[in-house]
Every structure is written in C-alpha cells, then in structure tokens.
Design a protein around this ligand. Sequence first.
Ligand SMILES: Cc1cc2nc3c(=O)[nH]c(=O)nc-3n(C[C@H](O)[C@H](O)[C@H](O)COP(=O)(O)O)c2cc1C
Ligand code: SF4
Length: 404
Amino acid sequence: MKVVSARFDIPNANKIEVAKAHGAYANLDEILKMPRMDIVDAIDKSGLRGKGGGGGHCGTKWKNMIAWPSQKRYLVVNGDESEPGTCKDKYIFNLDPHLLIEGIIISAYALGACRAYIYIRGEYEKEFQSIQRAINESKDERRGLEIIVCKGAGAYICGEKSALLESIEGKRGHPRLKPHNRAEPDFLFGSACVVNNVETISSVPFIVKNGWEKYRSVGTPKSPGTLLFAVTGCVNTPCVKEMPFGTKMIDFINEFGGGVWKNRELKAVIPGGSSAAVLTKDEVMKATLDYENLWEYKSALGTGGMMVFDDTISMPKVLLNLLEFYTEESCGQCTPCREGCGWGMRVVERICKGEGSKKDLQILKDICFMLDGKTICVFAPAVKDVIIGFITKFEDEFLALCKD
Ligand SMILES: Cc1cc2nc3c(=O)[nH]c(=O)nc-3n(C[C@H](O)[C@H](O)[C@H](O)COP(=O)(O)O)c2cc1C
Ligand code: SF4
C-alpha cells in the first residue's frame, strides 16, 4: 500500500497538471467543507505516528493544540532532514511536492491554522526550488493559505522542533526548555502551533480520502500504516522504499538493498538514523521495522534510515566518526552535552590510535551517565544511547585496540 509514494514513479509528477491527473487535490472542495473535528478524529483513529523520528501520536498532538486557547494558530512542517542516514523527505520534495502541499492545506484547515511554514534543510537547494515552484503553481488550490518556506543554515540541531521554531523566529537555533505539562503545545511567535515532519503531513491526504481503517489495514496494531524506509552503507542498492511497519529488517536489506555488497558478511545495522543504538547481526536477523520491536533491543526505529556495516568495518572507527559529528553539532547550551560529546570523541580517538586502555571504556560509561537526562533536549541522551550501544555490543573490538 502506497500512502506517500504512489506518484514517485510517474514522470513529471512534480508538475501540478500531472499530479492533478493522478489524484492530487481531488475532492478538496468537499474535504474543506467537512467538520474540522471529523478530520482530526480520522487522523487520531488512524494511529498515524510522527515520521520525523520520535513516533509520537499525531492525533493526540493535534487535539492538544486545538484545545489550547490561542488567537492564532500555525502549522509548521519539519523538512530539516539532518539525521545521518536519512533521506526520505527529499523524495517527497523532489518527486511529489504537491502531495505535501495538499497535506498542508487539509491539515491547516483541520487545525484552524492561519499560515503554514516549511523549514527545509539548508543544503536542499534543489528541493527548495521544487517545493517553492509547487507552492507558486498551487495558488488556486491553496485558497489563500500562505505557505512560507524557511531555509536552514546547516545546523543539525535545527531539526529539533523547538530549535527550529527559534530559527523561524529569527533567533539562534537553540532548543527550548520543555514544559512540564505534556498537553501544552509548541509556540511560534507566541501562538500555538503544531510541528510535524514532511512525511507525516504528506500521509494526511491518504487517510482523509481513503479512511482511517484503510491506513490501519497494514502495519502493526501499535505502529499502523507505512514508512519511507531507507537503506544505505554496505549494500548493493541503497534506496528509499515505502513499506508497512512490521516488515522484517533483514528482508528489507536483502530485497531492496540487494544484500551486503561484495558478498561480505553482515556485521551490524544502525536502524533509525545515526541516533538509534546499533544492532548486532543476530539482532538484525530477528528485528522487525516497528517502534515497539526495536525498543526491545534498547534501540529505536527513529527515521527508518538503516545504515548497514559489513565485517570489514571497524566499529570503534564508526563510533569515532559519529562522535565527530555530534561534537560539531551540539548547540553548546548544556555543559554535559557540550563537554561530554567532545570528551567522548577524544577518548574513542585515543582507543582507535592504539593509545587507549581498558579504563577508557569506564570513562565512556561515566560520560554517558552525565549525558542522560540532565540536558535541555534529547540530543545528549541520544548520544549516550549511541555510545553505550557500540561499547557494549562490540566491546571486544574496543578492547582489542587497547594497549593493556
Ligand atoms: C536532535 C534532533 C534532531 C531532529 N531532527 C529532525 C529532523 O531533521 N526532521 C524531523 O522531522 N524531526 C526531527 N526531530 C524531531 C522533531 O523534534 C519533532 O519531534 C518532529 O519534527 C515532530 O514531527 P512528527 O511528530 O511528525 O515526527 C529531531 C529531534 C532531535 C532531538
Ligand atoms: S542537549 Fe546538547 S544539543 Fe540539546 S540543548 Fe543541550 S547542548 Fe544543545
């Protein structure tokens, strides 16, 4: 079942006349006459989960936002797509931007939003041109709804929703402290808003047009529907493919990724963008692509971007590479994160150079303790999960490099 990729293979489906000939904006007049809460209820009952990495329940988020008193409301679409190994929103921007715009029109209507913002990764120049052209083409379909595209400037942390909102407001992209009240919505320019990923909003037209039951007819009871999964790294055919949640991970890697390249052995997979804990080969053979199953391995489905490693790859070096990234991208507000990422990187670098000792693994665990639950955003706890995954599941490789 194709929820968001139905027009990906149709030539020129990024142009409005082709997209319309294949169902884009169909029945929009009737949909925009529906009671708003009927649309919100359909999204709620579909069990649609946020596709930007967290997997939060979309219906609950929408209802909380609507219930909050606010003179104005905004819809914000997160297209920052900076998570390493993740390249799915790019496909929607390039191949079917009108699906996203249709999703924005329906969602903004249901949420009572007066304007929509799309925050797009700064490096996505081609994608920026594609979505901006589609916005210009869809003047009649938008019926006055203004959609503003904001470009990021290359900071990974601006994908975190509160940093993204700060950035749209023209401030430095620093995450905000989160409210204790979980029902409190996000705020843009002081007004209530909803932040959703590109793929989440692009799933809305399918659910509203085909019914929530249809969306729930695939996937698992707790992870219903589909996701644009990606496979990259040591595979024969890196790709992005929409599949139902619950698909076996190894089947996806073999069928769509073409198996491990050069006939080498599979060693490990990072399942959900780099911020999810790494899985061993044994775990990969058993794992299914849904939120609940991957939590059982103390990992996460995240963005569904799988990175495959073969048996020639040094796992300490992979961890070093990742920590270089996180050290560069920490926004620096919280001391444990700002200092801990760089410190962890230098310890792993020492081990990789053959200058480390067994004590360094304990130092890494101490750093992880400081990264967990003591910071403004979940960037630091995610780095902790990454480090713990590598040094516990591939401890032998780290120890083999230590001088003692
Ligand atoms: C460090 C960090 C980076 C993130 N980057 C992205 C991103 O690039 N794209 C995205 O959609 N969500 C990203 N998120 C998740 C967002 O904060 C937010 O939960 C999401 O956009 C909500 O949309 P959804 O519920 O539709 O997934 C990131 C979160 C963190 C902590
Ligand atoms: S945890 Fe790291 S990225 Fe998040 S606010 Fe603190 S310093 Fe910034």
